[in-house]
Design a protein around this ligand. Structure first.
Ligand SMILES: Nc1ncnc2c1ncn2[C@@H]1O[C@H](COP(=O)(O)OP(=O)(O)O)[C@@H](O)[C@H]1O
Ligand SMILES: Nc1ccn([C@@H]2O[C@H](COP(=O)(O)O)[C@@H](O)[C@H]2O)c(=O)n1
Length: 382
């Protein structure tokens, strides 16, 4: 059993779709790691997982031992800010015009075994088989692993994505080096005509109906990213209910794309692009309270209009269009971003998809070692 020594004081766990057991390792003071006997608990007490999920299947077989410690709270950002932050640059004419077209290797890929040598698809390490044994795409070419994150308004979708990014150490990387990006469906509200905009300012436009979104642009963007190309997406302004006219966000090719929004599971074609579907679950009272606070503070709204909009549109549309899509989720995350255990499980799952697998002996374990050398979360297992 090999123990990995890392700087962060985080309890971590090892969970693999192929693993049959889990070992928990806890840091006890600086430089000392202690193996603790894993209390076996059922994964369903931590998060809900639909029976069709690969995680579920493994968990059913496994009996997962988990422990968690409180972490520093993450900075919670507005959805648009997250999209801009994660994806890099608001590279409109006013920006410095820096464009990145190719990802840099991860630190562990420069140590000999996984150098950045070009492959048939031009993405170097991307031309690998995933560690769950599946091809990364149906035709054998590399494709990003698309993850959908749905949930009601203010349920914590953005915060969950932000935590995932933080735990994967992506926010500390240069934008062009990131292997995971988050996109928000908020970037894709369609352009309104004058009459619609007037209604929007009066809180009388239904932004929670699927027709409020520019679905064509969403699909085009997803297909662009799946083709491994850079996509440019609008920057949305919730104060004016419109796209910023001269700005856009460049989304660079990444291994994992998180796409979050209230209706991302509503459209069948979009839904079917997701390899993993997460639903962030939070009670309606908490969501309303958070939405009021956020909309007054960040979206330039008046209390009366927020409450009217919520009663007339947000709540009914949630029940009609969003809630029924919960059944499509592979993983349901109760309590949103507070649910460290669920988020850690998802992070672990993503890490396994980030791994370049084709190591010399083809062992996923060796790839895990490499990833742990590159990512700031302690993981041990086997
Ligand atoms: N655990 C939490 N505790 C307190 N406030 C939270 C928590 N999670 C999210 N929030 C706040 O609630 C609001 C909505 O969260 P966010 O993650 O943006 O949700 P969504 O993306 O689903 O709309 C934000 O203002 C955020 O700061
Ligand atoms: N101009 C707009 C556009 C959208 N909304 C509301 O945003 C909500 C979705 O964003 P979350 O971050 O809360 O998931 C949705 O419920 C719309 O009502 C808006 O108020 N104004």
């Amino acid at each position: 059993m090999e123990i990995f020594r890392k700087q962060l004081s985080v309890v971590a766990f090892r969970f693999s779709a192929s693993a049959r057991r889990t070992v928990v390792v806890r840091r006890k003071g600086p430089g000392f790691l202690m193996k603790v006997a894993p209390p076996v608990t059922t994964i369903r007490s931590i998060l809900s997982i639909s029976s069709s999920s690969p995680i579920s299947a493994a968990a059913e077989m496994t009996g997962i031992a988990l422990e968690s410690e409180a972490e520093m709270p993450v900075a919670l950002k507005s959805t648009t800010a997250i999209a801009a932050n994660v994806n890099g640059h608001s590279n409109g004419p006013a920006s410095n015009g820096t464009h990145y077209s190719r990802r840099a290797p991860l630190p562990h890929q420069t140590n000999g075994h996984h150098t950045n040598s070009p492959s048939v698809n031009g993405y170097g390490h991307h031309s690998k088989v995933f560690d769950n044994g599946e091809s990364p795409s149906s035709n054998g070419k590399w494709q990003p692993f698309l993850i959908g994150v749905a949930g009601g308004t203010a349920s914590g979708k953005t915060s969950v994505c932000s935590k995932i990014m933080n735990k994967l150490g992506q926010n500390d990387l240069e934008h062009h080096e990131r292997r995971v990006v988050t996109i928000s469906a908020d970037s894709f509200y369609r352009v309104l005509d004058d009459a619609e905009r007037t209604r929007a300012h009066a809180g009388e436009f239904n932004f929670d109906h699927p027709d409020a979104l520019d679905y064509e642009l969403i699909l085009n963007t997803m297909h662009t990213l799946l083709a491994g190309e850079k996509a440019s997406i609008p920057v949305y302004d919730f104060v004016t209910h419109s796209r910023l006219p001269t700005e856009y966000i460049n989304v660079y090719p990444a291994d994992v794309v998180l796409f979050e929004g209230i209706l991302v599971f509503y459209f069948p074609e979009l839904r079917n692009l997701f390899k993993l579907k997460l639903f962030v679950d939070m009670d309606a009272d908490t969501r309303l309270a958070r939405r009021v606070t956020r909309d007054l503070k960040e979206r330039g709204r008046e209390l009366k209009s927020v409450l009217n909009q919520y009663t007339n549109f947000v709540k009914p549309a949630f029940e009609e269009f969003c809630l029924p899509t919960k059944k499509y989720a592979d993983v349901i995350i109760p309590r949103g971003a507070e649910n460290e255990v669920a988020i850690n499980l998802i992070v672990q799952h993503i890490k396994e998809h980030l791994l370049p697998l084709a190591s010399e002996n083809g062992s996923p374990r060796r790839s895990m070692h490499e990833l742990e050398a590159a990512l700031p979360v302690e993981v041990n297992g086997r």
